[in-house]
Design a protein around this ligand. Structure first.
Ligand code: MG
Length: 162
């Protein structure tokens, strides 16, 4: 079987009074991410990992933040489009592993929901999707609660039906 691996990284700045969305799940905390889209930094990193695995560019190229079409867009739509591209190229997701670095709020209670949300958007089993959370021990911009940093790694497999 043929495999490809991809990695993605994204950062968004945190501001008060916005709605925080991570992996398609709303986090109740009174702050959110500044962005052209809904600011789902985890989905953005995941999209870049998927695109990276197949050398298809990045989400900034595919969904430019200068386009009105993507203003405030639900990032799950972007992930759906990226998965369509991946499958269109004859590949299927093996697994995805995501690490979210956020000082506050604590997102551990949301992890299960996040995995299910991503699995549902990508139409794969929740067992193929890992979401992990960490703080940075109050170090750096994440530690100062100025932003959220996410890394995503994916493995994609050549679709056997092709
Ligand atoms: Mg982004």
């Amino acid at each position: 079987m043929e495999f490809r691996i991809g990695q993605g990284y994204d950062v968004h700045r945190i501001a008060e009074g916005l709605t925080m969305v991570l992996c398609g799940v709303k986090i109740e905390c009174g702050s959110g991410f500044i962005a052209h889209s809904d600011g789902d930094v985890a989905i953005h990193a995941l999209c870049d990992a998927l695109l990276g695995a197949l050398a298809l560019g990045d989400i900034g190229h595919l969904f430019p933040d200068t386009s009105e079409e993507f203003a405030g867009i639900d990032s799950r739509i972007l992930l759906e489009r990226v998965m369509k591209l991946v499958r269109g190229e004859g590949w299927e997701l093996g697994n995805a592993d995501i690490t979210i670095a956020l000082q506050a709020p604590k997102i551990a209670p949301y992890i299960k929901k996040m995995r299910e949300s991503l699995a549902s958007v990508m139409n794969v089993a929740a067992g193929q999707v890992s979401v992990k959370a960490t703080t940075t021990e109050k170090l750096g911009f994440v530690g100062r609660k100025e932003g959220c940093e996410v890394w995503a790694t994916v493995l994609v497999c050549r679709n056997q039906k092709d």
